[in-house]
Ligand binder design. Structure first.
Ligand code: GDP
Length: 316
């Protein structure tokens, strides 16, 4: 496969992990070559505002605004609104910065005026100077639900933020998935893609909700594009967050082979970290072994370059 400035790349992404690679890709591709399909199953309402944590993480990262320490939120943001809420006795368990709130206020207003999340997200991201497209996988409700041993069924943010992903997970499911529709923009992007990239995001909490939208899995399986993934594991563990703990609780293997099995024949190749080179692989799925930990901008760009070069060598 020859990769050039006409190659169209679709990235399937969750939050912090995937956003870092998307940033790298956005620096080596022309804006119209890259379309990012983002997770909305973490979305929720707080103080009457529609919050889209994963879309915002990707948007702020692509715009160069993200807080480099947390990976989410806006660099240099302040917390005056949250402090005032706490004055009134609010628990304020979900951290919303002052500037970040501007995004949620406008998103909510535009949604209430009847615009779709797709249109709203495009308006927000292009106002921040990003020319590539960021598409919510669906404009319909889709909610990650977590069945836990200690607290019964929790909505995603209750599990992830309020309980700091400590409860033991029995099962993960996606409320309203049956009634959700892929948007036309998502269908077109997947149809036209030459490369589909499964970013190093949480497979169960970030990528699985995308695949739960009816038609997504089938479109990816029937693709003409090369589909490759980047492992979110380094040294047999998650870089951050609950991916490894949760997958172990669900009886899944935290290995390259476990990941390839999870994506059930969907991957034509997998990028893994050098520290995982001795972990079980799949004989028939090619692997690129490299450094996948993205701590600096240079790391992100280097990984994106290596990945893009390697994809060109994969035959399907
Ligand atoms: P979240 O929704 O903000 O938790 O973000 P994602 O689902 O996109 O990403 C979480 C996953 O990203 C975790 O499993 C991490 O192990 C992985 N991750 C984070 N940073 C890196 C990195 O620099 N390299 C790799 N390979 N994985 C990463």
């Amino acid at each position: 496969m020859v990769l050039d400035t006409n190659t169209r790349v679709v990235a399937l992404v969750g939050g912090v992990g995937g956003a870092k690679l998307v940033y790298g890709l956005s620096t080596i591709l022309q804006p119209d070559q890259l379309t990012v399909i983002g997770n909305v199953a973490d979305d929720f309402e707080l103080y009457g505002l529609h919050i889209s944590p994963d879309l915002d993480t990707v948007m702020y990262t692509m715009a160069g605004l993200a807080n480099p320490t947390t990976g989410w939120g806006i660099e240099g943001d302040t917390w005056h609104v949250l402090e005032m809420l706490q004055c009134y006795g609010e628990d304020a368990w979900f951290r919303l910065g002052d500037r970040d709130l501007g995004t949620h206020i406008l998103r909510t207003q535009w949604l209430r005026q009847g615009h779709t999340l797709t249109v709203v997200t495009q308006r927000l991201i292009s106002s921040l100077g990003v020319k590539s497209r960021l598409l919510p996988v669906t404009d319909d409700p889709l909610v990650t639900m977590i069945d836990t041993v200690e607290h019964g069924t929790l909505a995603f943010q209750d599990y992830f933020v309020r309980h700091r992903w400590q409860p033991t997970v029995k099962h993960v499911w996606f409320k309203h998935a049956d009634q959700a529709h892929m948007t036309e923009s998502v269908k077109t992007a997947l149809h036209d893609a030459d490369v589909i990239l499964v970013c190093p995001s949480n497979p169960v909490l970030s990528i699985a909700p995308l695949l739960a939208v009816p038609g997504m899995r089938e479109m990816i399986e029937k693709r003409r594009a090369v589909c490759v993934g980047v492992s979110p594991f380094v040294g047999g563990n998650a870089v951050k967050g609950p991916a490894a703990k949760l997958m172990q609780e669900l009886g899944m293997a935290i290995t390259p082979r476990g990941l390839i099995d999870f994506y059930a024949g969907g991957l034509d190749g997998l990028v893994i970290d050098v520290s995982d080179r001795d972990q079980p692989l799949h004989a028939d799925v090619p692997v690129l072994v490299t450094r996948t930990l993205m701590q600096t901008s240079e790391d992100k760009v280097r990984l994106a370059r290596e990945l893009f070069k390697w994809v060109g060598s994969i035959t399907t």
